[in-house]
Design a protein around this ligand. Sequence first.
Ligand SMILES: C=C(OP(=O)(O)O)C(=O)O
Ligand SMILES: [Mg+2]
Length: 550
Amino acid sequence: MSSRLTGIGVSAGVAAGPVARLASPPELPPDTGAEPDPDAATARAREALDAVAADLDARAAKASGPAADVLLAQSMMPRDPALAEQVGKALASGRSLPHAVAEAFGVFRAALEAAGGYLAERAADLDDLCHRTVAQLLDLPMPGLPDPGHPYVLLATDLAPADTATLDPKQVLAIVTEQGGPTSHTAILAKSLGIPAIVACAASRELADDVEVLVDGRAGTVDVEPDPGEAKRAVQVEKERAQAVAASSGPGRTADGTSVKLLVNLGSSAELATASEVDSEGVGLLRTEFLYLSRTTAPSVTEQVESYGAVFAAFAGRKVVVRTLDAGADKPLAFVDHGEEPNPALGVRGWRLARRAPDMLADQLAAIAEARNRHDADVWVMAPMISTPAEAAAFAEQAHALGLPVAGTMVEVPAVAIRARQVLAGCDFASIGTNDLGQYTLAADRMAGELADLLDPWQPALLELVRTTAQAGRELGKPVGVCGEAASDPLLAPVLVGLGVTSLSMAPAALPEVRAGLAARTDADCARLADIALAAADAAEARAAVAKTE
Ligand SMILES: C=C(OP(=O)(O)O)C(=O)O
Ligand SMILES: [Mg+2]
């Protein structure tokens, strides 16, 4: 007899299979003091470090591309003789073996952090290696992605970027997490890989390893021990539906033929080839951070011209909206003095960074303009974290002066949505970043899995701000799109169109579903759905009320 668990579906699709859990880091036992035989303890530490390195080598052999490189680079760290030496020192100072290992990794971690920049970012890798070594010593399950030897449904409390670097879409049939929200790392990753996923499914904590489940990423349901025949049928039905959706093509339109531009989000050059093959009208959000993070000097103008040029060439004849650098706060740059910030999400990030480093923005805009001259994509630019009409106008003026004819602003700060008419009067378009607009409207840190319900893009307060912004755009005849995760939800997309937005930009894998969702609704349907969502008391009620109309 099957039972049903529910959560928030964040990546559509149906999959069935046995579950396997992402093991949590081991807890250190109490420190029992000096080991009776320190030489034997050092030898055990060496063996554990070798075993961890060998396990990473074995995973690297099965992986390919950047994932294999990451694993191989990681496997070199435990083999560093200085690490075993450090363990020996900690043992000599009277630590028990697991604590000596943790202390040795701690010394290396501190050295990396002190080095700053790219090296400081590797500190988290050392934590992972430390956890693995301690697990090996204590004979506990290896933390990180499981490797049961067959495809599985991945269960986790939540997924961090480090957990997912090596995630193989052929092995992971679906993802179910206890925490996380629609804008969490899990949701963004699952959508970009096209893996069905459910977040905020607290009851999945109780599932034992190897239990069979049927996951429906659209409905947000996990059926435990489903009837095998029914599970197979559900997967088959979904496969046929997905094939039909994937076969749809052409520009986005409602059933009445009203145009809604469907665009893709792009965040790294690695995604360029697949993203450009998707049938879209272009790029609605080019996140340029990939050029700046993980390096110790700013990219030169020449280097930038080449990188932007590669994107413009791949999207020749289509639109490309380039967002200027969204660094600072939680994404510090090694080559900019950010100072101390007690509340980084409210600090000097995005456009505000130009207050400290104006040349960096000027160089970036000059590089985008030069790349635009060399290619025939329809290039627009926009700035993140704009807060006032004056900032929006200053950015547009600077971009126009550098030869970029279309310059707009992201709407991520509630003040900009509230004053959308004044903001749009001074620039050419707006693109609503619902991830940050949700975080700032509901005053809920976007990384806080515990607050997933507040970060849900179906929050009526957030939708209200989308309507205010879109209406201002209509009055002034200026385009207003959505480029946050909200745009990739096929059920929410018609609601956003009903609120008045003119384009939707999303993970490439989500686009065919959104196109199909829009084509099935008339303009009047979209307007009615928007009213239904706005009338709801909260996000869950809004989603359920709109889903009921399907
Ligand atoms: C698209 C957005 O920007 P990012 O997710 O890169 O902050 C957003 O905030 O919605
Ligand atoms: Mg943002």
